[in-house]
Design a protein around this ligand. Structure first.
Ligand code: SAH
Length: 413
């Protein structure tokens, strides 16, 4: 199984290299050194991850060539021909988010999907996620791992367990990008987080995206120094009043979190951010502001997922939003950011078993597969969700991607 297609280097300009994928050219940053024209590499999120031996690369490419053309044809049929010459109106974004009409929803999704096809082709990036600790110092009103939830059995993976899990995901399952996520668990010192990252990089080649919450800027600097290149930190909501209402914790202040997202960007991280859609009290204007704030931040990856009520939280009695609101959020995000990676979140897949397919048809081009060891997976209980065995999940996912004509790859930015 392989989640990335090797690219052939056609130009090297200092750290920037141009890669060719079956005739498509993409740019990536090379921090490995020693890459020449004619070499083959795997790239993820715009970074060169690994040099690939030419014979191996040509074998993989030969295996992909026909399939790639077939997939592109399916994708084109499903996206390009649908809305003829239609474009979106900036002034209409709020109307798009508000509509209750199924036919309008389809039209909005079709426009977004067409933009995705035009700007990004059929490549789809598939990240693995390791949820390594469910301890959290915060007490967010919606979250099942909030520190006041005494019914939850807590776990922490040891450094060696995390490294072994990452190594298996990359070397055995074929992932080339991994998210390391946890509650805000200060048991892991900055040095420990850096050690986890550098030890993973010692045993496998992967893009590492950290998702450890509102830690200090120094911590993010140290993690970058150790080799992390992506940071997933949602601002959760752009409505400060709503934020204040639901977030309780030592570093739960909106300004701190928002400042951290900006600093991560300045440090050179690929930034993944976004919000929860459907929080009680949130309005359509808030959702639009969330999308526009994500754009303003220059995020490389947009992450919008529905609120899912957790029974052991103060928001237990509330309901999730209609899936259509999440699809409209994805579609409008695509309209304002044609080149971004837009995620189908696990929460969206939880809300609707067809969530992945629907999200990908609404303009999304990216998603995650949970690779946390079986024995811990149920305990990372941020919201109630079903847990599939990894191999079964990968198989289902590949089927969905193939039926939509998407290639599980990530071609750089
Ligand atoms: N400690 C990290 C990871 C938090 S969990 C951090 O602070 O970024 C990852 C995300 O899950 C959160 O950012 C939040 O947006 C989402 N989440 C938590 N509980 C949720 C719920 N009940 N419904 C939907 N999303 C939720």
């Amino acid at each position: 199984m392989c989640y990335s297609i090797p690219g052939r280097v056609v130009k090297v300009e200092n750290k920037q290299i141009v890669l060719d994928y079956f005739g498509e050219k993409k740019v990536a940053i090379n921090e490995l050194g020693n890459i020449r024209e004619g070499d083959y590499v795997f790239a993820q999120g715009g970074f060169v991850i690994e040099k690939v031996n030419a014979i191996e690369a040509e074998e993989i490419l030969a295996g992909w060539k026909e399939r790639f053309a077939e997939l592109k044809a399916i994708d084109r049929k499903l996206s390009w021909s649908i809305v003829d010459g239609a474009d979106f109106q900036v002034d209409s974004l709020s109307t798009y988010l508000s509509t209750d009409s199924e036919s309008e929803l389809k039209h909005i999704c079709d426009i977004a999907n067409r933009i995705r096809y035009k700007h990004l082709g059929n490549s789809c990036c598939v990240h693995g996620i390791i949820e390594f600790s469910n301890y959290c110092r915060n007490n967010c009103y919606y979250c099942g791992i909030r520190c006041d939830n005494m019914t939850l059995k807590r776990y922490r993976m040891s450094i060696s367990e995390i490294v072994a899990c990452a190594e298996y995901a990359v070397n055995n399952l074929g992932f080339r990008a991994l998210v390391l996520q946890s509650g805000e668990d200060m048991y892991y010192t900055d040095d420990m987080l850096a050690e986890i990252i550098s030890r993973i990089r010692d045993v496998c080649n992967t893009l590492i995206i950290v998702s450890v919450g509102s830690r200090s800027e120094e911590c993010y600097k140290e993690m970058y120094g150790a080799g992390a290149r992506g940071a997933l930190i949602r601002f959760e909501t752009s409505n400060l009043e709503l934020y204040k209402k639901y977030h309780i914790g030592p570093k739960a202040d909106w300004n701190h979190r928002f400042g951290l997202i900006k600093s991560a960007k300045d440090m050179g991280y690929l930034v993944a951010t976004g919000s929860i859609i459907g929080l009680p009290g949130q309005t359509i204007t808030d959702v639009l502001n969330d999308i526009l704030l994500t754009k303003e931040l220059g995020a490389e990856m947009y992450s919008f997922g529905p609120f899912i009520p957790h029974p052991n939280t103060p928001l237990a009695g509330n309901t999730s939003p209609n899936i259509n609101l999440v699809l409209k959020t994805i579609a409008v995000s695509r309209m304002v950011s044609p080149n971004a990676k837009i995620l189908v979140t696990t929460a969206l897949e939880t809300l609707d078993p067809e969530g992945l397919r629907k999200g990908l048809m609404a303009g999304a081009n990216s998603f995650m597969i949970n690779v946390t060891p079986e024995k811990y997976r149920r305990l990372y209980d941020i919201y109630p969700r079903a847990h599939k065995n990894i191999e079964a999940k990968i198989k289902d996912t590949i089927e969905i991607l193939q039926s939509l004509g998407r290639a599980p790859s990530d071609f750089g930015i």
